[in-house]
Design a protein around this ligand. Structure first.
Ligand code: UGA
Length: 448
């Protein structure tokens, strides 16, 4: 919304939420999320044509167009638990809009939703109000950490709507907003269902690439092949392309897993068992990769890590974000916790409370579970985490991790000192020369 306000100065954008705390934070100097370039963007338009408010009714009444941008987490209970997305929040928004609207509105579905949610939203609106509503689907393709750049220069904008004269007019209205900064040929318009499905399929394809390359890392570690060389070799075929071939300890984030599970659920619902199984394998491969990394740590360290101190470098699901949702670090640490290792975590953007919130949500672990609060320590620097550690497990590819003086790090660690590079960003040969035992994803095992 900040980018729309910035690029379309004649449009007044009001962001509303029921949370006073969230809106208060958006109105403060300390914005509630970290994203490179976001502060500058918000500060440049806030109070001009971008406003944050808890007065939801007033904002609905005055708006011509309303974006529903609520979270749609995977359901934890009831039908489709563990797979289907929960659209409760979308429906609540639709009911609120119908209750408060005093004129016709265009309602834009921005949240990632199950296919045919737009239809549900439309039916709620139509049954509860006499005004005319058009529902559009406008899925978001930005990635965290590069959100502002992705929005300013998007590869495409996708807008789906009903293929009726009123639906096409609503599509045009939204196109004209984006056309303030996005070239017209990059604004793709489709019917509603194509737009909704495209969002899930885009994430499924991206996650599939990561799982595909990660599946080959296991093979590389058994042979003398090197995954980075393979990525380069296959990625230089333009039909394959170079992006999203970076091997890792596993993908994370709030979108990939959730969207694939949602796609799987939809396929299952339509009786498409083979299609559902096909996509579900992407998730299973990711689970395997996270678990394989944890098992590698245990087996390399003489099959026992009980009581050993392991420094965890990074907890965010990728660099340049403080987001921890579905982070691979969480699952790997859970397995290390089961082995009763002591962990010392350092992440430049993640605080202890948030880390434990993720443990609770993803793994059902609290500070009290299995002594987790005692076994997991949080540190203010990587050096502090490494002091006395038997191993470092690098989970997030923060740039600073590659810039440390590893001789100094080695000097403060217990020996033999291990490094498990879950992102392949460290200079492995140099580390070996210092004396580290190095394990990297999909790299020949030089110590075997
Ligand atoms: C993803 C998509 O990239 C966005 O297009 C989409 O809009 C977004 O989901 C969403 O649905 O909201 P995001 O989850 O923010 O964006 O981050 P990605 O850059 O896609 O990374 C996802 C995970 O895959 C991270 O854990 C990352 O480290 C991992 N990854 C990515 C790899 O392990 N290897 C790669 O080569 C690329």
């Amino acid at each position: 919304m900040a980018v729309i306000a910035s690029k379309a100065p004649h449009v007044k954008v009001t962001v509303v939420d029921i949370s006073e705390a969230q809106i208060g934070a958006w109105n403060s100097q300390d914005l509630p999320i970290y994203e490179p370039g976001l502060d500058e963007m918000v500060f440049s338009v806030r109070g001009k044509n971008l406003f944050f408010s808890t007065d939801i009714d007033a904002a609905i009444a005055e708006a011509d167009m309303i974006f529903i941008s609520v979270n749609t987490p995977t359901k934890t209970s009831g039908i489709g638990a563990g797979r289907a997305a929960n659209i409760k929040n979308c429906e609540l928004c639709a009911r609120k809009i119908a209750e408060v609207a005093t004129s016709d509105k265009i309602v834009v579905e921005k949240s990632t939703v199950p296919v045919r949610t737009a239809e549900s939203v439309r039916r709620v609106l139509v049954s509860a109000s006499t005004h005319n509503f058009q529902v559009l689907s406008n899925p978001e393709f930005l990635a965290e950490g590069t959100a502002i750049a992705d929005l300013i220069d998007p590869s495409r904008v996708l807008i789906g709507g009903e293929q009726t004269p009123a639906g096409l007019a609503a599509i045009d209205a939204l196109v004209s907003i984006y056309a303030n900064w996005v070239p017209r040929e990059q604004i793709i318009t489709t019917n509603l269902w194509s737009s909704e499905i495209s969002k899930l399929v885009a994430n499924a394809f991206l996650a599939q690439r990561v799982s595909s390359i990660n599946s080959i890392t296991a093979l590389c570690e058994q042979t003398d092949a090197d995954i980075d060389e393979i990525s380069r070799a296959i990625g230089s075929d333009p039909r394959i392309g170079a992006k999203f071939l970076k091997a890792s300890v596993g993908y994370g984030g709030s979108c990939f897993q959730k969207d694939i599970l949602n796609l799987v659920y939809i396929c299952d619902t339509f009786g498409l068992k083979e299609v559902a199984n096909y996509w579900h394998q992407v998730v299973l491969m990711n689970d395997y990769q996270k678990s394989r990394f944890a098992r590698k740590i245990v087996s390399s360290m003489f099959n026992t890590i009980t009581g050993k101190r392991i420094a965890i470098f990074g907890f965010a699901f990728k660099k340049d974000t403080g987001d921890t949702r579905e982070s691979a670090a969480c699952y790997v640490m859970k397995e290390l916790l089961d082995e009763r290792a002591q962990m010392a975590v350092y992440d430049p953007k993640v605080q202890r409370a948030q880390m434990f919130e993720e443990f609770r949500y993803s793994c059902g672990i609290t500070e009290e579970t299995n002594d987790a609060g005692k076994l997991i320590q949080t540190c203010g620097s990587a050096m502090e985490a490494a002091r006395g550690a038997h191993a470092i497990a690098l989970m997030t590819e923060w740039d600073e991790f590659a810039s440390y003086d590893y001789q100094a790090v080695y000097d403060v660690m217990s020996k033999p000192a291990f490094i498990f590079d879950g992102r392949n960003i460290l200079p492995h040969d140099k580390l070996r020369a210092i004396g580290f035992e190095v394990y990297a994803i999909g790299k020949p095992n030089v110590s075997k």
